[in-house]
Design a protein around this ligand. Sequence first.
Ligand code: NAI
Length: 250
Amino acid sequence: MTRLEDKVIVVSGGASGIGAACARLFAAEGARVTVADIDADGGAAVAGELGDSGRFAALDVADEDQWVEVLDAVTSDFGRLDGLVNAAGVAAKDDRLATVSTADWDRIMRINLDGTFLGCKHAVRAMKGRGGGSIINLASVYGRVGDGDSVAYCTSKGGVRLLTMSAARHCAEAGYGIRCNAVSPGFIDTPMVAGYVADPEVRRAIEKRHPLDRLGRAEEIAAMALYLMTDESAFVTGSDFVIDGGYSAV
Ligand code: NAI
């Protein structure tokens, strides 16, 4: 299995959930993967699973200097950067318009939206002139529909969708050979939602919001990321791929 033979890929948020599933699948397909995360223990553990194909880099996606450091190290060590998945993301316990704190609003914007912007900006810098590449941003079904419990989260993910489209057009118009796409999952069974769905009744209610009547699996998102990372998707840019078990099929 070598659909990504020797590609050099960075996965932010690679220590857990969807990012970790992407890192594992990419490495299994022949890529050299940098697991970049603020969680050093989790990130090192996932990178360790990948053997010679994996390594860990400490990264707070909200910190521009750290992006520069991580991506410069990758291009210096491997000679290029072929792919970036922006999977780092957070949600807040109380994210209702009436009660969400300004601190939580700012944290969600800094990590989900600014972090993705900074990743795109510096990946483009690293990829252009070196053969191009593929950038994949984790948006959400909550970037396409509103939710009364998730005002900051929905706003950040709506921003990620438009950031993706604008980045894609910029890169195409500039002739960089860099494609940029978003993936918008429904509820996926990862540590991000584990606390929320710990109550079986809440879990059942969430499952029912998806016509396929279950939560998604991280591997089902990684499968789309794999397609977007390969040259099979050479004519695909500026798109938003919804993988939500029918959640938004209204
Ligand atoms: P997760 O909580 O399992 O993993 C998120 C990862 O991001 C963790 O490893 C965490 O340490 C890392 N992270 C958090 N803040 C960071 C920072 N400042 N710098 C670097 N890394 C940081 O979450 P999951 O479910 O894997 O989510 C991945 C992405 O997919 C997120 O952007 C999330 O918003 C998005 N998403 C998730 C859905 C779900 O239902 N699980 C649904 C739709 C989108």
